[in-house]
Design a protein around this ligand. Structure first.
Ligand SMILES: CC(C)(COP(=O)(O)OP(=O)(O)OC[C@H]1O[C@@H](n2cnc3c(N)ncnc32)[C@H](O)[C@@H]1OP(=O)(O)O)[C@@H](O)C(=O)NCCC(=O)NCCS
Length: 217
């Protein structure tokens, strides 16, 4: 089944409920929280021309992603989701690439960034020229960070003064791309799984110990 990857319009509003349900189900399955999006929020992104959708010739939904922006300086491609039966076929890569191109067109001077615990997303971002960064290089817009409040790991973020969490920050800098060879970032790909595991072990272990101490005293 061939999927078309398109800039969504109001014609796609009928998929908004399904997209929200999928996002919620997949967050539960991963044991994380997510910045909750309502169907109205998704519809609005479609109407504004700030969303990408994958639909096949039967009208079956395949994947979705939308653009968030903070002034002209920062933008993010958020809410990436692929329907379970169509995963591992390269659809997320196609959706994210299209979202990336749309973001570059709409916000040519913005740094594009994301926070993720997903190995697949880290690989996709690297292909697009993102690199892993510390949280201090991301936006300091409170509205963005508020989105983390619904995550089960939010206490880790607050206890580290927003320096560390299980998510890894990744950034595409339109100016910097001239300074670096994109291949360098692609070469990280093989190390991401190890990096995510070590980070999880370290942060969760550390906070388990802190919790034990809190419980004793
Ligand atoms: C993450 C998700 C969008 C990936 O979709 P997908 O269509 O299966 O991804 P693709 O087939 O385009 O794969 C892209 C890359 O990720 C890799 N990949 C895909 N799923 C993976 C997984 N579960 N674990 C590790 N790597 C994975 C692929 O091998 C590919 O890497 P390669 O280019 O080196 O071959 C999909 O699994 C999903 O919707 N998950 C639930 C929602 C979610 O986690 N969203 C991300 C929130 S930050």
């Amino acid at each position: 089944m061939e999927f078309q990857v398109l800039v969504a319009t109001s014609d796609h509003h009928k998929y908004a409920e399904e997209i929200c349900e999928l996002m919620e189900l997949s967050a539960k399955a991963r044991g994380t929280g997510i910045a909750k999006r309502s169907p109205d929020y998704i519809k609005n992104k479609m109407t504004e021309g700030k969303a990408i959708i994958a639909i096949n010739e039967m009208g079956v939904f395949g994947g979705f992603c939308y653009i968030e922006s903070w002034g002209e300086k920062f933008a993010a491609n958020s809410g990436l989701i692929v329907a379970e039966e169509f995963r591992k076929m390269g659809l997320a890569m196609r959706v994210k690439r299209k979202a990336f191109e749309l973001s570059r067109q709409k916000f040519p001077n913005a740094k594009l960034f994301g926070l993720t615990t997903s190995l697949a997303v880290m690989k996709i971002n690297s292909e697009l020229g993102y690199r892993p960064v510390t949280f201090s290089e991301l936006t300091d817009d409170e509205h963005f960070w508020k989105g983390c409040q619904s995550c089960v790991n939010y206490d880790i973020l607050t206890r580290t003064n927003r320096k560390h969490c299980l998510c890894t920050g990744m950034l595409y800098d339109p100016v910097e791309k001239y300074k670096h060879n994109r291949k360098t970032f692609k070469e990280y790909k093989g190390n991401y799984a190890k990096w995510l595991k070590e980070k999880r072990d370290l942060l969760l272990e550390k906070f388990k110990k802190v919790n034990v101490l809190f419980n004793i005293f």
